[in-house]
Design a binder for this molecule. Structure first.
Ligand SMILES: Cc1cc2nc3c(=O)[nH]c(=O)nc-3n(C[C@H](O)[C@H](O)[C@H](O)COP(=O)(O)OP(=O)(O)OC[C@H]3O[C@@H](n4cnc5c(N)ncnc54)[C@H](O)[C@@H]3O)c2cc1C
Length: 124
């Protein structure tokens, strides 16, 4: 199933046996419980095989909602598939902002965290 699936730049072809895109937590839980080797796929911007697996890939791109904005603590809780552009728009509408952003709005925050991506900030 994944044989023709490539990363964003097109220089890498994923070798995973399957790709699952759940829309709800229950679907994800059920699917995960039946598998042994799983890796999460973000927006596929990594240029190498870091997001690949010989097992199964799961993409959370349909699970991209903001779950909670806590004004008292200044924190926001999001689902694993949300992208920088989506969260930035939501926060801006609520008069907040992130300290730093990916250079591309369609990179996922989970992928950015996993790769320790850093695109700048006050000291950059
Ligand atoms: C044009 C371009 C410019 C770039 N510029 C920079 C730059 O200036 N600085 C920099 O640091 N990087 C840069 N990168 C790299 C890029 O930022 C990272 O590859 C990106 O942050 C990865 O995010 P992704 O959503 O595409 O994840 P993917 O590439 O799909 O996955 C990356 C890792 O995140 C994990 N992951 C993804 N989603 C989840 C999840 N929900 N839960 C757990 N793990 C997850 C994957 O398993 C994998 O290990 C650039 C990439 C491109 C294509």
């Amino acid at each position: 199933m994944m044989q023709e699936e490539r990363n964003w730049a097109g220089n890498y072809r994923y070798g995973a046996a399957e790709l699952f895109e759940p829309g709800r937590m229950e679907q994800l839980q059920e699917w995960v419980a039946k598998r042994h080797k799983i890796r999460a796929l973000g927006s596929r911007h990594s240029f190498n095989n870091i997001a690949d697996t010989l097992g199964s890939l799961v993409s959370l791109k349909k699970m991209n909602q903001v779950l909670e904005l806590d004004h008292s603590r200044g924190t926001v809780t999001v689902e694993g598939g949300i992208r920088y552009g989506e969260l930035a728009s939501y926060l801006h509408a609520n008069k907040y902002a992130l300290h730093n952003l990916a250079t591309l709005p369609h990179i996922t925050i989970a992928g950015g965290c996993a790769t320790r991506t850093w695109f700048g900030g006050p000291d950059w």
